[in-house]
Design a binder for this molecule. Structure first.
Ligand code: AGP
Length: 604
């Protein structure tokens, strides 16, 4: 995802900015840029692709003495990864870098265009700098113009802005995207969107709170809170351990990624919901013309999200949907009919089996769509259309936030198709849009829940196997819960449809068989409950996850009451991820790099 750096001081600004951006590379990006203001003049450089391209472009650029500078790595959301769309964005005499999305950019852009302002990029970010310059003309100071601009933009952001009208100052704002400022004994000031770029440079850092804005110059750090009250910076010593800084204080990347789900899902949704419809600017509406079936194809966790999607597409979009395991599909001479939309799902976009099925679909002249987390990956380049999940780089081998964002996309896509096919009433879609907006809060990890799962995990370190059971869309979630546990605990676990247990697996039931039962209040609760009672009567050890108390369980994990089964789905997903994590930790396994597994499986 995008990264921001900034610098105020006398050392080689170019190098400090580029070094800072290098530390943010692990987050993923597709273009980068810097702008340095020295002796009243800006120097600006941008490049598509890796930072080495930006280094090449700046090789003859030397800064000596005092300067201010801002830099950015961009992960495309609005507009393709091109040089023009890369940050920093220029107004007449100011530059801006921005993480997040300006939701009302289209309205502001229309007004600015009507005023004769020329736009160079397709980004939402560019409106910030033009709006600032418009305000500057009628404001007492650059800071007044900046504050006014913040009141006019909606959305989530971390912003740095530098302007010739105040050449020793960087203006900042944080609302929903991370940002911090660092200081050292030499009087230098640094900005960044995470602490890694500041290690080795700053001694102490202040993490801005949501709603903070203000300005920094060589002698001052001025911060206002969301109520526009001046507040003191709260500097803390910066740890000098780079790897642990990348983990933002979490023990493992997987843990960090579980906690990040609320933010990344907010990114997945951003700009894609109006009050009454789902908007996928990246899709041509004709993609669904003449389509009577959706075929989803993937491996592993992505296969589980595809299975979840099949329930949503048939229920809401009323379209026939089939799901295929890529390694099977490749070799079974499948029938490919032209009225099928072929959809591949992949975190990496490089999984060999999935990629091969995409090639097969292309050869058979099927329309193709990829749901992917990595822009410019092989699948993204090959498919006719693409929806990016915007989960940011996923480092833990056991996928968590990628799955969460894939299911979010599928829920949205099922409504998008429902609208095209008139299979849902407008009011129903509107209701779902409100529910979609609730996902970020339903996946927030509470201390209470995490502590409970840590305590509980000690009872599940042995036994002769786990059955994760669920019905309807909770069956793919059960499969995913079992896969998470297998991958990082090395314990045997299976996902099973609750109603299928009595057709064989119930023979295994005894106290050493652990059943993790998904009991959503809003999806076939009574049916699932009787399936679990059958297992409880045969003495299987039951761990039930539900918002409704269940007295037949040995352990009970209570989730929040919610109004819809999909919100229960997302909350249970987090419970399963944390349970697997804590069991693995107790067993002393390598959570982030489990044995025998690779993050991206690029071989058959
Ligand atoms: C999930 O935890 C995995 N490690 C694995 O199953 C993964 O989902 C699978 O290899 C597919 O990867 P992809 O999404 O990058 O295509």
């Amino acid at each position: 995802m995008c990264g921001i750096v900034g610098y105020i001081g006398k050392r080689n600004s170019k190098e400090i900015l580029l070094d800072g951006l290098k530390e943010l590379e692990y987050r993923g990006y597709d273009s980068a840029g810097i702008a340095v203001l020295q002796n009243g003049e800006f120097s600006n450089f941008k490049a598509v692709g890796k930072l080495i391209n930006l280094e090449e472009k700046t090789k003859d650029f030397i800064t000596k003495g005092f300067a201010i500078g801002i830099g950015h790595t961009r992960w495309a959301t609005h507009g393709k990864p091109t040089e023009l769309n890369a940050h920093p964005h220029l107004g007449e005499s100011s530059y801006v870098v921005h993480n997040g999305i300006i939701e009302n950019y289209a309205v502001l852009k229309k007004e600015l265009l009507a005023d004769g302002v020329k736009f160079l990029s397709q980004t939402d970010t560019e409106v910030i700098v033009h709006q600032f310059e418009k305000n500057l003309k009628s404001s007492k100071s650059a800071f007044d113009a900046f504050s006014k601009t913040l009141k006019e933009i909606d959305g989530a952001y971390a912003i740095l802005l530098a302007t010739k009208s105040q050449p020793d100052t960087i203006f900042f704002a944080k609302h929903g995207s991370p940002m911090l400022v660092g200081i050292n004994d030499e009087g230098e000031k640094f900005f960044a969107s995470s602490d890694t770029p500041l290690i080795g440079q700053a001694k102490e850092v202040n993490y801005f709170e949501d709603g903070d804005f203000g300005y920094v110059n060589p002698s001052e750090i001025v911060i206002f809170d969301k109520g526009s009250n001046k507040r003191k910076a709260n500097f803390k010593k910066l740890s000098q351990n780079r790897l642990s800084a990348q983990k933002d204080g979490f023990r493992f990347f997987m843990e960090k990624e579980i906690y990040e789900q609320s933010d990344v899902i907010a990114d997945t949704l951003m700009g894609r919901l109006s009050d009454s419809e789902v908007i996928f600017d990246e899709l041509d509406k004709s993609l669904f013309d003449g389509i009577n079936e959706i075929k989803l194809c993937a491996c592993g966790t992505s296969y589980h999200s595809a299975l979840s999607a099949s329930y949503l597409f048939e229920r809401y979009s009323k379209i026939r949907t089939s799901v295929e395991i890529a390694s099977e599909f490749r070799y079974r001479d499948p029938i490919m009919s032209k009225d099928t939309l072929f959809v591949v799902i992949s975190q990496s976009g490089e999984t060999a089996d999935t990629l091969e099925t995409l090639k097969m679909a292309k050869e058979a002249n099927l329309k193709t769509l990829v749901i992917c987390n990595v822009d410019n990956s092989s699948m993204v380049r090959l498919a006719d259309s693409c929806i990016l999940t915007r989960a940011g780089i996923e480092k833990g081998v056991a996928s968590t936030k990628a799955f969460a964002t894939q299911v979010t996309i599928f829920w949205m896509l099922s409504l998008y198709v429902a609208k095209l096919r008139n299979s849902m009433k407008k009011e129903e879609i509107t209701k779902h849009i409100l529910l979609l907006r609730e996902i970020p809060s339903s996946v927030k990890v509470s201390d209470e829940m995490h502590e409970k799962l840590t305590r509980l995990s000690k009872r599940y370190l042995h036994g002769h196997g786990f059955f994760f059971i669920g019905r309807d869309i909770f069956y793919p979630l059960a499969l995913e819960g079992a896969l998470k546990l297998k991958e990082i605990s090395y314990l045997h676990a299976e996902g099973y449809p609750s109603g299928e247990m009595k057709h064989g697996p119930i023979a295994l039931a005894d106290p050493e068989l652990f059943t993790i039962a998904l009991l959503p209040e809003h999806m076939l609760y009574e049916k699932s409950r009787s399936n679990v009672e059958e297992l409880s009567a045969r003495d299987s050890t039951i761990c039930a996850i539900s918002s409704l108390e269940f007295d037949k369980a040995d352990d009970f994990i209570e989730i929040k009451k919610s109004s819809h089964y999909m919100l229960e789905f997302f909350e249970m997903m987090v419970v399963l991820q944390l349970l697997a994590l804590e069991i693995s930790v107790r067993l002393g396994n390598d959570v982030d790099m489990p044995r025998n597994l690779a993050k991206s499986v690029t071989v058959e």
